[in-house]
Every structure is written in C-alpha cells, then in structure tokens.
Design a binder for this molecule. Structure first.
Ligand SMILES: C[S@@+](CC[C@H](N)C(=O)[O-])C[C@H]1O[C@@H](n2cnc3c(N)ncnc32)[C@H](O)[C@@H]1O
Length: 345
C-alpha cells in the first residue's frame, strides 16, 4: 500500500479519496481500518522528540549553512540572530542588540565567575557579550551548525577569548553531559524544538542546585502552533525558509505548563515591534549590499547559478518581510517575544 511522503500529491489525493470511498462502502474490515487509524496516530507522535528529525536536515540544508560572511552583512556587527530591543526611535541595530544583551545579563542575574551554557548560540552574540563583560565567566555555546561553530571559534581566537569560550557542535536532543552550569540561556532556539517537557527535564539536569535558566522565545499572545500550512491556500507558511513543521510558535504562557523540573521565577513580554524593526534593519542591510550579498553566497559554492543566487537572496528578503509583518501585526501585541526565568526544582 502507498504510504504518504513517498507518493506525489496527485497520488496522495487519489489514495485518500479511494480509501474514504471504500470505508463508506463498507469494503474495508474494521481490523484494517483500526490498523490504518493507529498508523496515522503515530505520525504526529514520531515528531515529538525534542528536536524532530527535520532539525538536522534543516541545519544541513537550510539557512544555518549559509556562509557566516552573509550573516555579517545582514546582522551587522553584533551578529545577533534574535530579537533586539529598540529603546527609542533613534536606536540603531547595534545599540538595540546591545540593549537586549544587557537585559539578558540583568534578568538572568549573570555575575563574573559563573559558568554559562548558551543553547543554540548562533554566531555568538550572547557568548561574546558575556565573555567580554565578565572576563572570569566560562561560556559554553551549543550549536548544530558547523558554519556557526567555526565562525564563533575563529572570532574567539581573534579577540583572545579562547580561555573562557568553548563551542560544542551537537544536536541538543541527543547531547548529554555531566557538567552543571550556574546559568543556562536559550535565546530563540526553543522555537526549533518540540516536546518541552523532555527538553526542560534534560536542561534541569545541567543546572547547578541554585542555577537559573533564562529563555527568550517568539510567541503568539494566546495560541501555540506548529508552523505548517493550515490549508492548501496557505502559501505563507510554506514559503518560510524553514521546512514545513520545523518551527514551533509557542504561546506566551506555554512553557508555564512545563514545570515538573523547573519553577518559574519571572516572566516578561517584549512588544513584537522590536522584532519587526530589527527585520527592517536586516532588509536595509541586504538591500544596501546587493553585490556583497551575491559574492558571499557565491563564495560558498563556486558553481552556483546566477538564478539560484537571486532566488536565495530574495527568499531571505521574503523571510525578513514575513517576520516584520508578523511581529508588527496588531501593533506588536498579537505576536511578540517573551523572556522567562526558571530555577531548578
Ligand atoms: C534563531 S537562532 C538564534 C541564535 C542565537 N541564540 C542568537 O541569539 O543570535 C537559533 C539557534 O539555535 C540552534 N539550534 C536549533 N536547533 C538546535 C538543536 N536541535 N541543537 C542545537 N542547536 C540548535 C541553531 O543552530 C541556531 O544557532
């Protein structure tokens, strides 16, 4: 029997229509119908590990394998691939990046001498901010992207920070360690994971007795959902650069339901317009450097076709437009960013 996922769209429709017809005609025995229902039920369950199997595919094929030099153009000096905090109209992207990093240190109660783990460290914005501000902190970053690991390690050498910066290439869902940390940060990496109960259970084991966990994630004010088309006309959910079903959009309160191993200490909301404004700054950086963007994407693959170069940079622009519109919708009070501080139970 044909299984979904390996047949093309037309065959899927034929198969479904035919199946329903046979069910309605009473041609399929109950035992077989039950078995078909059970195998359908297992499909969502198989996606409930911490990071579904798409996590590695997306890292291998997706935007985190783009050259870091592209991100240097788009993100600017701070290399922060997550919401910045624009204190006022005149704030630049760099100032807004620093303002948000400062807020992490304050809200996560970072002090010099602590050990810090940054889950999903990206291009090292948080790692380097802490390493420079607190020279006696030891900061470990985890990323599932080779490109990000190489970039952060190069920068650590360049800025003489190898003594207190360490980067681990790992998928958090399978990563294990006996180490325990004073502070654990996860800045917009939970959106790329699932099964928060399992994830928080794991992270809690990495926290010292009096350790704190600080999380920043995008959210909708009330709804939690997986980013995937909700009907066949939903082209928007299909066109983001992440593969469909990869990204989770938690609600602002979602993680409060997962307090088996950690307890909430504080919870803040940041208006979505901050995220939107950051995307507008990314767009300006891409549009103001079109030749450099093409050259840097070319440097990743010498025989890349012109058409592919245009397609990639336009898709990234589309992603910025998408997140900008999403986050400014309803004055930034529909989708937004939340900060959560947890202690170990
Ligand atoms: C949106 S980026 C945020 C990067 C960084 N925290 C920042 O603020 O710039 C998400 C990060 O999470 C990482 N990530 C996503 N899923 C992961 C997984 N299963 N294991 C390890 N890292 C993961 C990505 O490689 C990326 O570095």
């Amino acid at each position: 029997m044909a299984t979904f996922g390996v047949v093309d769209e037309d065959l899927k429709v034929d198969y479904k229509a035919e199946l329903l017809k046979k069910v309605e005609q009473g041609l399929i025995p109950d035992e077989e119908i039950r078995s078909l229902i059970r195998s359908q039920l297992e499909r969502p369950l198989s996606r409930m590990s911490i990071a579904n199997t798409q996590a590695n595919d997306a890292a291998a094929l997706g935007i985190y394998q783009w050259p870091a030099s592209f991100y240097e153009i788009m993100l600017g000096k701070i290399m922060k691939l997550s919401c910045c905090y624009f204190k006022d109209e005149s704030s630049t992207l760099e100032e807004a990046g620093i303002a948000m990093l400062e807020l992490y240190c304050e809200r996560a109660q970072i002090q010099d001498g602590q050990s810090v783990l940054d889950i999903g460290c990206g291009y090292g914005s948080t790692v380097f901010y802490i390493a420079q501000k607190y020279p006696n902190c030891h900061i470990t970053g985890i990323t599932n992207s080779v490109e990000q690991k190489n970039y952060v390690e190069e920068q650590a050498k360049k800025h003489d920070l190898t003594r207190n910066v360490e980067i681990i290439l790992a998928d958090v869902s399978t990563f294990e360690t006996k180490e325990q940390y004073d502070r654990i940060l996860a800045i917009e990496s939970f959106e790329e994971m699932k099964n928060y109960n399992l994830l928080l259970n794991k992270i809690a084991k990495w926290m010292k007795r009096d350790g704190l966990l600080f999380i920043q994630h995008m959210c909708h004010k009330d709804l939690a959902y997986i980013q995937e088309p909700f009907d066949e006309d939903d082209w928007l959910s299909e066109w983001t650069l992440y593969s469909t079903g990869y990204m989770t959009m938690p609600s602002a309160q979602l993680l409060l339901y997962f307090q088996d191993d950690v307890s909430i200490v504080n919870h803040w909301i940041i208006n979505g317009k901050n995220f939107s404004r950051m995307c507008e700054e990314y767009l300006k950086n891409i549009d103001g450097n079109t030749v450099a963007v093409r050259n840097t994407l070319k440097s990743n693959s010498s025989n890349i076709e012109e058409e592919t170069l245009t397609r990639l940079s336009k898709r990234m622009r589309f992603m910025c437009l998408f997140f900008s519109e999403l986050m400014q919708y309803n004055n930034g009070e529909e989708w937004m960013v939340t900060h959560l501080l947890f202690e170990k139970k």
